[in-house]
Ligand binder design. Sequence first.
Ligand SMILES: Cc1cc2nc3c(=O)[nH]c(=O)nc-3n(C[C@H](O)[C@H](O)[C@H](O)COP(=O)(O)OP(=O)(O)OC[C@H]3O[C@@H](n4cnc5c(N)ncnc54)[C@H](O)[C@@H]3O)c2cc1C
Length: 398
Amino acid sequence: MPENHPVDVVVVGGGIIGLSLAWRLRERGMSVTVLERDEAGGATSRVAAGMLAPVTEVEFGEAGRRVLELGLRSARMWPRFAAQLTEASGMEVALLQTSTLLLARDEDEARELERQLAFRESLGLRVARLRPSAARELEPALAPTLRLALEVPDDHAVDPRVVLAALRRACQASGVQLREQTRVRAVELDAAGERAVGVLLEGGEPVRAREVVLAAGPWTREIGGLPPGAGVPVRPVKGQILRLRDPEGPGLIARVLRFEGGYLLPRGDGRYVLGATMEERGFELRPTAGGVYELLRDTRNLVPGISELEIEELSVGLRPSTPDNAPAIGRGALAGLTWATGHHRNGILLAPLTAELVAGLLDSRARESSENDLLAACDPARFSDTWAPGLSTARAAP
Ligand SMILES: Cc1cc2nc3c(=O)[nH]c(=O)nc-3n(C[C@H](O)[C@H](O)[C@H](O)COP(=O)(O)OP(=O)(O)OC[C@H]3O[C@@H](n4cnc5c(N)ncnc54)[C@H](O)[C@@H]3O)c2cc1C
């Protein structure tokens, strides 16, 4: 390796995306350094509920279809990803194969659910319509006022905190260099300003690499040094989320419940995740009484038994979101730079696929990627006209 390329790949950001792809890159024989400004796995990914729910999450419109395509592929990859991660880390990464119920509480919501059912059926997705009595047979804790339910059998879940701990261990065991408390200030360009050659840390220290991957989640845009038009406009979307515990143990609900305004996810051991608000408030991270009140009110209408649960934790995270809410994965306008960001509500779901796509792109032994359709669905270059760089260009010393 040339002297000024001390590692093959430098990854900025140690969330689920950065750690997953670092592990996969290292497995393919590349030397990898992850630069994380705080503690790896300590930001958005730690807050997430962990639903692997492409069918439940699908949205109308062209971008919604693209996210569905990516999500379905990644959902199929999760069982193998979890098994390999279990083996590499020695930690049990279990999929919670729960299925999901979408619920309506009144006539308006029932009409909307019928529309959602027709939409999913038109896409060939597996969804079943359940009468309230049938739904209550499956989940006796549901309130008698339930109007309609849809069952999505293929949407499951995972505990992101277990995944993050296992990824950290797998990265370290495989020889990924993880540098925490290390903030990246800018991408560093070659003298011609045409290629990324590494990054500059906050104090000015360069970290050189053959390839740079930006996986800085909602903070991606704070990283400077990019030429005009080369960036991806990621914004933060705030989410407040509660972790609850039943002192009586498991049994209140067995499936993920989704409804207008939130979801309730069982971990299978008496713990539940109740989320989440969707708020456009920049980088503001304060938990609010209003946000928590609405989550509890909406859920209690459907599952009155949640009143008895203990509150273990209230947390706030920032979803990394692009203008069309589809991720940006792949090479953009600048040579040497790969994007792995903008995963919005689906970063846990999309982690295995993102890691494979990036590893396929950066593996110099691989011939042309066979995943061109998927890469086109999340092409970072689709934003190149809309982005205005905030920070000046950093160039490598000649
Ligand atoms: C309330 C909530 C619930 C969610 N539920 C789900 C769910 O059920 N299923 C699902 O699939 N997704 C869910 N998501 C979305 C998911 O959490 C995100 O899409 C995913 O975590 C993004 O991962 P990431 O690695 O890109 O970001 P992060 O986990 O935020 O990681 C980015 C990392 O980059 C680091 N960083 C930033 N700037 C720099 C810098 N300059 N230098 C060095 N390091 C830097 C940060 O410190 C951070 O550790 C949820 C999100 C929220 C907020």
